[in-house]
Design a protein around this ligand. Structure first.
Ligand code: SF4
Length: 332
């Protein structure tokens, strides 16, 4: 038992994840099984397991998907080669890439066309980074940390044509450090007018920053391969919180590690379902209850991918949440 939970708002599912989960759920309901999904629909182990139970087959290579089969491409964005080969063999392809990832792809294409060298701050091997790097492979260099910057800078021909882009889910502090270093080297550095970190990433980090300084421990709910979840853990550590636990769900929570009588901050990455948050709070069993720490409202809504729009009854998508859709599928 802990003393109190400080619950971050906003937390959990973002508009892009809501869109992708609901789109895959529509596919499960519309098409006879199996429905295929290229890569994890979102980086959350429990969401992926739930869709497996609904008969979705996840593949890492689109050549494994049979002719004419329904196939979804994940929210993180896919390389142009994957999108092209997915559409071969008369497959019904739904591209659930988040519009905010598409925006970064667009920036990369435009800057590359204008002759810029693009420094892309992201995580090697992460689906989103792999997809973005492939949009303009001859013009982009990956920068993972500030120490990589000098190596990337050494390969730049025209210092007046350097752009800095970012994975949408970075820790704000990490991004700002690299951006400031790069600006120091290249005063005419181009960056997007609002940085590439998405609203969901920055809102969740802002809410957590507010509580991390008051908490004895912070619990971040989300999977280890979820970039924005890992970024949340970094935010709590950077705020000086002495205990930061990243867990997939309540089963992984060691309440003793949090400490009896502790004030515990709780948040969830953008792909972690709310039912896990509530189950974690139930395990923490705070004697003084839950205090909601609200930083901002999020009312963004992303409509279903265009390939699905004609197949979905009007307004049926907007009126439900991804959590409700997952629950309804579970009951079938
Ligand atoms: S975290 Fe941001 S970029 Fe990623 S799916 Fe959510 S809204 Fe889109």
């Amino acid at each position: 038992m802990v003393r109190k939970v400080l619950l971050a708002e906003p937390r959990g599912f973002c508009a892009g994840v809501e869109m992708a989960i609901k789109a895959l759920a529509w596919m499960v309901r519309i098409f006879p099984p199996p429905v295929y999904c290229y890569h994890e629909i979102v980086h959350n182990r429990l969401v992926v397991e739930r869709f497996r139970e609904f008969g979705v087959i996840f593949v890492d290579d689109v050549s494994e998907v049979p002719e004419r089969a329904p196939l979804m491409l994940s929210a993180h964005g896919s390389t142009p080669e994957v999108v092209i080969s997915a559409r071969e063999q008369n497959r019904f392809v739904v591209n659930a890439v988040c519009p905010l990832v598409t925006k970064v792809h667009h920036e990369a294409k435009v800057r590359a066309k204008k002759g810029y060298t693009i420094l892309y701050v992201g995580h090697a091997g992460h689906d989103e980074a792999v997809g973005t790097l492939a949009v303009a492979p001859d013009s982009i260099r990956l920068v993972e940390r500030a120490a990589d910057l000098s190596e990337a800078l050494a390969s730049i021909d025209d210092p007046n044509k350097v752009a800095l882009l970012a994975q949408t889910t970075l820790a704000l502090h990490d991004w700002e450090g690299i951006r400031d270093d790069a600006r120091g080297q290249f005063p005419s550095l181009w960056t997007a007018s609002r940085n590439d970190l998405c609203f969901a990433t920055t809102n969740r980090q802002a809410a957590l920053s507010r509580i991390a300084t008051q908490a004895d421990a912070v619990v971040v709910i989300g999977s280890a391969n979820s970039s924005n979840t890992v970024a949340l853990a970094k935010v709590a550590e950077a705020a000086g919180c002495p205990i930061v636990l990243r867990i997939d769900g309540p089963d992984e929570l060691n309440v003793q590690a949090v400490g009896e009588d502790a004030v515990v901050g709780v948040t969830a990455g953008a792909s972690a379902p709310e039912d896990l948050v509530q189950a974690v709070i139930a395990r923490l069993a705070p004697t003084e209850g839950v205090e909601h720490v609200h930083v901002t409202d999020e009312d963004e809504y992303f409509p279903p991918p265009r390939e699905l729009r004609d197949l979905i009854p009007d307004n049926d998508d907007r009126s439900v949440t991804a959590s409700q859709v997952l629950e309804e599928l579970t009951r079938r």
